[in-house]
Design a binder for this molecule. Structure first.
Ligand SMILES: NC(=O)c1ccc[n+]([C@@H]2O[C@H](COP(=O)([O-])OP(=O)(O)OC[C@H]3O[C@@H](n4cnc5c(N)ncnc54)[C@H](OP(=O)(O)O)[C@@H]3O)[C@@H](O)[C@H]2O)c1
Length: 240
């Protein structure tokens, strides 16, 4: 059997203009794939394509807007793998449940959960039946924190969406990556000493490199007998 490779395949990364998605785009290009990235700000998409270089294209897409998602996939054309890493950070914090603002809470799911479903719906007509979909959640799913029960709930929704869709969409494979603390641009404003304190007790006592977590996505794209799984990449955080 030949060793699985992404060479010659087309990979769409929604959220590929920065952070984990950008690292996934770099990883698949390094394997000889072509990548199509999407994110909401045209300038971010253009800058990322320029940085990624040969083999990378992309378009602006706002995953809050179904028509925008549909146009994005029409422009992207046929492809083999969908990776979804889009996430927004300007959501209102949900705070104490006694004060829950339901509109803010629902809006917190727009990009990470409903956006993923919008992407999957409109990707399907263009996605190879031998291909895959890889979603993204985070460690709060398994390590709840005070004041963040909705983060645990949304992550569980993503993980179980992956399992349900693995049945629904087979033979297309559907999986999820659950990252721990990964050193992307969103942590730029956090002082290094605080990041060190946040990670000092985990078995691999540092923040993860986006390039390392990108390998989890690469595996799930290539692992032709893997579906309905969640791959945790957290430096062992789950163990403590
Ligand atoms: N970094 C971590 O420590 C960590 C840990 C656990 C889980 N995660 C999860 O991993 C995912 C990626 O995190 P990251 O650190 O890579 O974040 P990031 O660098 O902020 O990347 C998020 C991407 O989503 C895009 N995006 C935001 N809103 C969008 C919209 N409405 N439509 C389309 N694209 C949109 C952003 O580009 P535009 O601004 O151009 O739209 C950007 O490309 C998130 O779901 C996050 O919760 C991250």
């Amino acid at each position: 059997m030949p060793v699985p490779t992404l060479r010659g395949q087309r990979v769409v990364v929604i959220g590929g203009s920065s952070g984990i998605g950008f690292a996934v785009a770099e990883a698949v290009l390094a394997e000889g794939a072509q990548v199509v990235i999407g994110s909401s700000k045209p300038a971010n998409v253009e800058a990322a394509i320029a940085k990624l270089g040969k083999g990378a294209t992309g378009y602006a897409v706002n995953v809050r807007d179904e028509a925008s998602v549909e146009s994005f996939f029409a422009a992207a054309g046929g492809f083999d793998h969908l990776v979804y890493t889009a996430g927004d950070w300007d959501r209102a914090q949900t705070g104490p449940i006694a004060e829950l603002d339901f509109a803010a809470a629902a809006s917190g799911l727009e990009v990470r959960f409903w956006g993923a479903l919008r992407a999957i719906k409109h990707a399907l007509p263009h996605l190879s039946s031998k291909g895959s979909i890889t979603l993204t959640d985070g460690v709060r799913t398994h390590k709840p924190a005070k004041g963040m029960p909705l983060s645990s709930a949304y992550g569980a929704a993503i993980e179980h969406l992956a399992k349900g869709l693995a049945i629904e969409l087979a033979p297309v494979r559907v999986n999820a990556v659950c990252p721990g603390l990964i050193l992307t641009e969103v942590w730029n404003s956090v002082p290094p000493e605080r990041l060190a304190r946040m990670t000092e007790r985990i078995p691999l006592p540092q923040a993860g490199d986006p390039a390392d977590v990108a390998q989890a996505y690469a595996y799930l794209m290539k692992g032709g007998y893997t579906t309905g799984q969640v791959l945790i990449v957290d430096g062992g955080m789950m163990l403590i």
